[in-house]
Write a new protein. Structure first.
Length: 76
């Protein structure tokens, strides 16, 4: 169920996750999510959140002004 609009029609989808870190923008494309068909609000599973945290932390180490990656790419 969507916490925002309380609608019960969620569907599997993909989104782009954007984080601003200081003067750097970190963009992770093709992130799996659940999307509300009513309002478009997106939710991540616990596993996806853990992986995003790993990706973002690695990007912070490598950061320049813009860092773009795909969710499915292996993080070194």
């Amino acid at each position: 169920m969507c916490f925002y609009c309380k609608c019960n029609t969620m569907k599997p989808s993909f989104t782009t996750h954007v984080v601003t870190y200081g003067s750097c923008v970190i963009i992770v494309r093709n992130v799996p999510c659940e999307e509300c068909e009513q309002c478009g609000e997106k939710y991540y599973s616990d596993d996806v959140m853990e992986r995003l945290e790993i990706i973002v932390n690695k990007a912070k180490e490598l950061a320049s002004e813009v860092f773009v990656t795909d969710y499915n790419k292996k993080v070194a």
